[in-house]
Ligand binder design. Structure first.
Ligand code: ADP
Ligand code: MG
Length: 617
């Protein structure tokens, strides 16, 4: 038999390697900006068109390359940063493999202009799909200028895999945030389709954080500075009151590179134990500096997880530093949110403190309200819900929904009565349905098989979401005009995002217009929301939108509606009146999908009767 093994041509090998290093436009941006920083650049300009599909251009004032180096830089395993295998151990966090440029050139059209500072002429190289098209001397600025066009032109599968422009742009912005936070002394500007997203002047960490996340973060930054033999830990943590419900302002850096570290994240969360509002996560910007030899070898260029040699010791140091910083800034004693507006629970109920809701084992497919006729059809209300939050509850609907369960309400509420601190007597028309609001967060309601726990915020999100979707589907835009139009300003990234979702917001009933650079004016809000704080809602909405899973963002309208519902729902901690609780429950079960929030979180769960018997043994 003839020999069948062949060496892959370089172009094919490069294309395969590219799949690993370059997943999306943001990977190109990351590799090229990091190269610019390695080349000693102090000023970097990043120009993006169509979220990187058409153009990614990186211009730096770094050292530039000679004509030979310029040509060599596109070869695989070509790097000026490692001479011997030993070097890898010294710079092991950096991920130098000399693969980035070879990979990018394999899957795009690349034009390079580069000149060393002491040379008069520079070099121009055009390379496309690993094929050298042209190399010649040119006059150009000192430093390096890369233009990457038609990314993935020869890898259709990759091109198809790319998400929407806003989603890809978000990845790019994330990379830029990470790199510029890691290197605050470097000036960098980011331009997208002609508008400036960031224009950052080299400065210190605090100024950099504020330029990226906005002025309001400044007074909330608590500095951290600890030096031990194992590591130097510096940076900032956010005050608990500034913490958000969503991720987006949590950053770890090690030796000037961003890393993810779930274990260290836990150290921080523990330091904040008991001083955070429920379900929120603090901002943090933590910089570790340590001997590269104390970090486990992991030179995969796209990996952001890094393993530390002395992980548990550093964990302790980190946790102690955060605690100390929070204590020093008197952050700890001023927080007391547990009491505010909550029901004073009598002693015997303290058993409930041991109940951790998420661990209750229930049949996830079990829907207590699935009667012979499904909830969707009940009451003959086509949309499945009543129209405004203030509309009076239709008690008959409630009863019909609970057909088969209502007798249960009567029977099973009795044993509960001794331990219910608040008993809400419902309208005479209704059976003695008793609900108590617990911790101003949950609504507890007895059902046939036990005690149903409803998350009040998620329930309201579901109700608002279905209303908003109906507005979209029926195109019944109803805008409530603001008495006093409000103007507000956003940071550049948020302004870009808001502009991109403005059409969807208008379809939902917002009357918002651009009003100068990064400023907007709100003239009207969606009728169904009945809100008096539109600016807050827009800010919260953007936060939620940014943190929505990318696959959800593909359905931009649904994501906007879901984020808007999240932003406008009654918050945790808000005490509800008896009739509000009742309305909330009724409106929830009039929804098409009452069990889940618009973003797929559980709205309700049932604590089985058996469990009560167990804990009271
Ligand atoms: P690596 O960064 O791992 O060395 P790359 O493929 O990213 O591999 O780059 C290859 C080489 O090209 C670098 O080692 C460097 O010498 C050179 N190079 C790349 N970008 C620049 C730049 N912006 N300025 C100067 N030299 C650069
Ligand atoms: Mg590189």
């Amino acid at each position: 038999m003839a020999d069948i093994i062949q060496l892959l041509p370089d172009s094919v090998a490069n294309q395969i390697a590219a799949g690993e290093v370059i997943q999306r436009p943001a990977s190109v941006v990351k590799e090229l900006v990091e190269n610019a920083i390695d080349a000693g650049a102090t000023q970097i300009k990043v120009i993006i068109k169509d979220a990187g599909r058409t153009l990614i251009q990186i211009i730096d004032n770094g050292c530039g390359m000679s004509d030979t180096d310029a040509r060599m830089s596109f070869e695989r395993h070509a790097t000026s940063k490692i001479r011997s295998a030993n070097d890898i151990f010294a710079i092991r966090t950096m991920g130098f493999r000399g693969e980035a440029l070879a990979s990018i050139a394999a899957i795009a059209d690349v034009e390079l202009r580069t000149r060393e500072h002491d040379k008069e002429l520079g070099t121009f190289i055009h390379i496309s799909g690993s094929e050298m098209i042209k190399q010649e001397a040119v006059s150009c600025d000192a430093g390096t200028n890369f233009q990457i066009k038609n990314l993935f032109f020869n890898v259709p599968a990759r091109r198809k895999f790319l998400k929407s422009n806003p989603a890809e742009l978000k990845h790019i912005i994330n990379e830029i945030q990470r790199i510029t936070l890691a290197n605050p002394e470097i000036s960098l500007s980011l331009h997208h389709n002609g508008s400036v997203i960031y224009d950052l002047t080299g400065s210190n960490k605090r100024v950099r954080i504020v330029s990226i996340f906005g002025k309001q973060i400044n007074q909330n930054l608590v500095p951290i500075d600890t030096e031990t033999t194992l590591a130097k830990i510096s940076g900032f943590v956010g005050q608990p009151k500034y913490s958000r419900k969503t991720f987006g302002e949590q950053f770890f850096f090690v030796n000037k590179r961003f890393m993810k570290h779930p274990f260290f994240h836990k150290a921080i969360m523990q330091a904040y134990e008991k001083i955070l509002p429920p379900d929120s996560v603090p901002s943090y910007f933590i910089y570790f500096d340590l001997n590269p030899a104390d970090i486990d070898v992991n030179i995969h260029p796209t990996k952001t997880e890094i393993k530390f040699e002395n992980e548990s010791a550093i964990w302790q140091i980190l946790q102690a530093s955060v605690r100390e910083a929070l204590g020093k800034f008197n952050v700890v004693p001023s927080i007391d949110f547990d009491q505010a507006g909550s029901i004073d629970i009598p002693m015997p109920l303290h058993h409930f403190d041991d109940i951790t809701i998420p661990e209750i084992k229930v049949d996830p497919t079990y829907n207590p309200f699935e009667t012979k006729s499904s909830a969707k059809n009940y009451g003959g209300n086509s949309g499945g819900f009543t129209s405004t939050p203030t509309e009076k509850t239709n008690l008959t609907n409630w009863q019909s929904l609970y057909k088969g369960l209502e007798s249960d309400f009567e029977a099973k509420t009795e044993p509960m009565q001794d331990i219910q601190p608040v008993q809400v007597k419902m309208d005479e028309q209704q059976n003695t349905r008793t609900s108590i609001q617990f911790k101003n967060k949950y609504i507890l309601t007895p059902v046939k098989s036990g005690l149903m726990v409803i998350d009040q915020k998620r329930a309201h999100e579901r109700i608002l979401y279905e209303r908003l979707i109906q507005v979209l589907e029926n195109q019944e835009i109803a805008s409530q005009q603001q008495l006093f139009p409000e103007t507000f300003e956003l940071n550049a990234a948020d302004a870009t995002l808001l502009t991109s979702i403005l059409p969807d917001l208008r379809a939902l009933g917002f009357d918002i217009r651009e009003f100068g650079k990064n400023s907007f004016i709100i003239n009207g809000t969606p009728g169904v929301l009945n809100t008096s704080t539109p600016v807050e809602i827009i800010e919260y909405l953007l936060e939620e939108y940014k943190n929505s899973p990318v696959n959800l963002q593909e359905k931009a309208r649904e994501t906007v509606a879901a984020s808007l519902a999240q932003a406008s729902a009654i918050p945790y901690g808000q005490a509800l009146k008896a009739n509000e609780i009742s309305e909330l429950i009724d409106n929830l079960f009039a929804c098409q999908t009452p069990n889940f929030s618009p973003k797929g979180k559980k709205v309700l769960s049932i604590m089985p009767l058996d469990d009560f018997e167990k804990i009271l043994k």
